[in-house]
Design a protein around this ligand. Structure first.
Ligand code: BMA
Length: 377
């Protein structure tokens, strides 16, 4: 695949890039996909919205919602967001946790995930993938506590157990390489080892040294690339545990390997610390600007929408708070799994109208608006 140099993205040619990656413009699709690496197209799309609109996304949006499950019920192309607003989200999030099995950790078949990713891409959306993987030594889930014989240091960078980890990476590589339409790879955001500043995952703060974390991240990306994965844009996303740029960067694996700098944040919303969220987003955005990265709110939400009219009074407020926060390319919430665990209002929910107001806000882009934006470029 031929690659253009970065300077092209700042010239008039950038309009070429924006229209592709989703079937909105056939002639530019052909030209750009033949000449430009898919990852560069994806990055250019993300950059193109910065300051103009914030893409909105949800995890597992096409897989299930409240009262339905696509694989179980034979449904395709539904999302609770579309049912409520008339449009799918612009960003679709997925997870490759338990890659050794036929279904992921949330019981979504990997074959279905592949089909949803391809569909999301065809209709103009952007896909992002996280990886809640089991500890490769113990095979216990992502939330298991390792000891000194099972922590990351035992397999990275050249620990004796590295083969166990590489076997999982081989499966991820096969999956990412299989994301194709007519033999052409689909670009995706890959966001492994997130929320490392907390200690709830085996790769988290108390369970893994900063150096081991960086080595883990670098090995993951480099190994996948060595297996032919050339369609991933990478993301770094700590949780909320930072107040300065220096703290934010404690696990940062390097500018050479990260494309998107983000933050996951649920707890500051729960604790009504909206000013803190704004400050933290600004730290992320400032870093992105200085280092030519793409800033994003990689995860957030209010579980069960416990906060009244959360979308307009909380999310919209913080992401549009300042010129800097408005620079984030996207914000995504977690899944609509069940009545005790959902993040987007479903039909009949008391915050349905609030979500419609949020979706219609001039700063927010669901899929329809994103496609219109690309078409007008
Ligand atoms: C968490 C919860 C879990 C889920 C995990 C990975 O936030 O939604 O139920 O297994 O994410 O998707």
């Amino acid at each position: 695949m031929k690659k253009l140099t970065l300077s092209l993205f700042t010239t008039g040619l950038s309009f070429l890039l924006i229209g592709c990656g989703g079937g909105t413009n056939k002639s530019t699709d052909k030209m750009s996909s033949d000449t430009i690496a898919p990852t560069e197209v994806l990055k250019a799309q993300l950059r193109s919205v910065q300051g103009k609109g914030i893409l909105f996304g949800q995890h597992d949006a096409l897989s299930y919602g409240i009262g339905w499950n696509a694989a179980r019920d034979g449904i395709f192309d539904r999302s609770d967001i579309k049912t409520v607003t008339g449009s799918h989200p612009a960003l679709f999030s997925w997870d490759l946790g338990h890659i050794d099995d036929t279904m992921n950790l949330d019981s979504v078949p990997f074959d279905s995930i592949r089909a949803y990713i391809i569909h999301a891409y065809k209709i103009g959306g952007i896909n992002t993938i996280s990886w809640h993987e089991r500890n490769p030594i113990t095979n216990e889930n992502a939330w298991s506590k390792p000891d000194s014989t099972t922590n990351v240091h035992n397999f990275i960078p050249r620990g004796s157990k590295v083969e166990l980890f590489n076997q999982k990476l081989d499966k991820v590589a096969a999956f990412l390489n299989s994301l194709q339409i007519d033999g052409k790879k689909i670009p995706v955001i890959f966001r492994p080892w997130h929320e490392m500043d907390g200690s709830w995952f085996w790769w988290g703060n108390d369970n893994c040294s900063h150096d081991d974390y960086k080595a883990l991240y670098r090995h993951t990306i480099n190994y996948l690339r060595s297996k032919g994965v050339d369609n991933m844009v990478t993301a770094y996303s700590p949780d909320r545990n930072f107040f300065t740029e220096e703290e934010y960067l404690q696990w940062y694996p390097g500018d050479d390997i990260v494309d998107i700098v983000g933050m996951d944040n649920y707890s500051d919303f729960t604790e009504h610390k909206l000013d803190d969220i704004v400050k933290k987003l600004e730290i992320v955005v400032e870093y992105a600007k200085k280092h030519n990265k793409i800033p994003a709110m990689t995860e957030c939400g209010s579980e069960r929408l416990a906060i009244d009219n959360w979308y307009t009074t909380n999310l919209l407020k913080v992401i549009t708070a300042t010129e800097k926060t408005r620079q984030i390319a996207y914000a995504q919430v977690w899944r609509n799994h069940r009545m005790e665990h959902f993040y987007v209002p479903f039909k009949g929910h008391t915050q349905e109208q609030d979500f419609v107001t949020f979706a219609n806000d001039s700063h927010i882009m669901l899929l329809d608006k994103f496609n219109q934006f690309k078409a007008e470029k």
